[in-house]
Design a protein around this ligand. Structure first.
Ligand SMILES: Nc1ncnc2c1ncn2[C@@H]1O[C@H](COP(=O)(O)OP(=O)(O)O)[C@@H](O)[C@H]1O
Ligand SMILES: [Mg+2]
Length: 250
């Protein structure tokens, strides 16, 4: 059975895109067929994966706006496939307002491909808007990166509430795949936040080991490579591999 995992948090800069690309790569290394889907108009995932968003004519926007348009899939990028995005997606988001059953558009667009992949990872935009709802509706699971920062709890209730609403109205079986504390500084404040995250959220989902703050993640993204390619001995790779194993066990 294939798994479709939305990587979701309405906050920006919490490692969603970094996690999508690197988790995807670790799943691919473990022998799985992986499709990454960029549904953020900022198109960071598309950029991190080595494409130039503004040069693309066919993106996820075309597939969700026009029924019967095939998904534009770029294959063999770091052992994975990618459906890219670009800024036209923000116009598409507005156009979707008048589309019937718009929440199903991403699910329907992915449908013909689901048998060809073991994992489909959807990189959500930093918002609770319609694009994130489309992603959560299309997914079997949601994986939540949360930065171990004092602001960590600020949006968490809203985030969980959104998941609850999607479950109630659009996708009854949506499951939480886990919570990944990210950009963790080994300092007392971050440790306290991590402890609080564990106390308050362990009853909701698995809480993975934190991904440390490391400039290598940004450097790898700048060179358009997964961390495992850019820095094959980086200690954070063990954590990514653990998360990949967790996704296999879902
Ligand atoms: N563990 C980390 N340590 C330091 N910087 C990171 C880490 N993970 C990601 N980054 C950098 O932080 C920025 C935001 O990460 P990104 O994955 O784009 O977040 P989001 O998709 O949630 O907005 C990027 O420049 C990225 O390279
Ligand atoms: Mg992002």
């Amino acid at each position: 059975m294939h798994k479709v995992i939305a990587i979701f948090n309405q906050a920006g800069g919490v490692c969603k895109t970094t996690l999508a690309m690197n988790l995807g790569y670790h799943l691919a290394l473990r022998g799985h067929r992986v499709l990454l889907v960029d549904i953020d108009p900022q198109a960071s995932l598309t950029t991190f994966m080595g494409l130039e968003p503004h040069e693309l004519e066919q993106t996820i926007a075309s597939a969700i706006l026009q029924e019967d348009t095939a998904l534009p899939i770029h294959r063999d990028l770091h052992k994975m496939s990618l459906v890219p995005a670009n800024i036209t997606l923000s116009a598409a988001e507005l156009q979707l307002a008048s589309v019937i059953a718009r929440e199903l558009r991403l699910k329907d667009a992915l449908e013909p491909e689901t048998d060809h992949y073991d994992f489909i990872l959807i990189d959500c935009p930093p918002s609770l808007g319609v694009l994130s709802i489309l992603a959560l509706t299309a997914s079997t699971h949601v994986l939540i990166p949360i930065q171990t920062h004092f602001k960590a709890f600020k949006g968490t209730e809203l985030l969980l509430d959104t998941i609850k609403k999607v479950r109630k109205h659009l996708n009854r079986t949506l499951a939480i795949a886990g919570i990944v504390p990210t950009i963790f500084n080994n300092a007392s404040q971050d440790k306290a936040i991590l402890e609080a995250l564990r106390e308050q959220l362990a009853s909701i989902a698995t809480i993975y080991a934190p991904i440390p703050r490391a400039t290598a993640f940004a450097d790898a993204a700048m060179s358009r490579q997964p961390l495992a390619v850019y820095a094959p001995k980086h200690p954070s790779l063990l954590i990514l591999d653990e998360i990949a194993k967790g996704m296999e066990a879902l």
